[in-house]
Design a protein around this ligand. Sequence first.
Ligand code: PHE
Length: 364
Amino acid sequence: MKRKEVTEVFNEAELAQLVSQAEQAFASAVTGDQLRAARIAHLGESSPVSLANRAIATLPKASRKEVGQAIGATRFAITTALSAREPIVAEWDLQARIRDERVDMTLPVTLHPQGALHPVTALIHELGDIFTAMGWEVADGPEAEADWLNFDALNFTPDHPARFLSDTFFLDPPEDKRILRTHTSPVQMRTLLTRDLPVYVVVPGKVYRSDEYDATHLPVFHQLEGLAVDKGLGMADLKGTLDHMARALFGANARTRLRPHFFPFTEPSGEIDLACFVCEGQSVGNPARPCRTCRSEGWIEWGGCGVVNPRVLAAAGIDTEVYSGFAFGMGIDRTVMFKNGAQDMRDFAEGDTRFSRLLVGVAR
Ligand code: PHE
């Protein structure tokens, strides 16, 4: 920029105007950044006062002193205005920071609703603990399962009703012969084919049956399979294991009974009932004291069980002269219902965390 004659540009009125412009600029600055920008514009190296100051040297000697004093006074006035504004803006900046960086130590730490373990998951953990404490292992298998493992390997005949479309979900393409497993028992054969003897495993998992979706049925539910194969195992070991499981889940007074039943993969087979721990049998034949938990029957159906059919062991290449075993399978969702008092199966599937929190408590 070509310097102009100072006196030509900055007569007294103009110098006064520089002061009032600077004052206005400082007054309208409300943050430290704005005030810094105003300072550079009005006092910085290329501000009008600085330029004027530098131009003094080009003036005729005689007028230098007078012009120099006028510019010095101008600069002093601007600097004074700036210093007056600085503490005010600094205080505002501080207040803004205090406001913006505020942390309210009294607010609760968790601001979003917490989830909870699903009651089925919680019971699966509990069952896993009960069995691993006895030295058993937890195994698993796929939900999309080979037809052969779900049925044939378990000694189901080709015309067994459980295979029919009405119960089983078949997967495409049909030539793959895969289904959604209808029980956790196919993991029995998977276990026998992959693990060394003796075998003591429990298998929690999802199973699928084309049932209605209502208060007592879900098309997807959970089972706990148990399988033990060792030398000399039999019915008494099965009963002892189930009793232990019942007591671990329902308390020292829990009792079980076995009723004869049929499963193709166990022989003999039974159904296991749990003595009703709510009415303890008091409701049976006693309309004055009905029991919702056992429907006044005194016993709650819990699952199926039996001594492993030697044909199943033989199919896995196990010497049935040396080894025998027992197996059981119970509904986990059902167990949650009578253990924790859930009323409606649909609550298990709807994902409302209030249901989980009510039954299990908030997850940690
Ligand atoms: N798989 C059987 C069912 O779903 C239960 C069962 C398991 C029976 C193991 C005997 C042995 O009903």
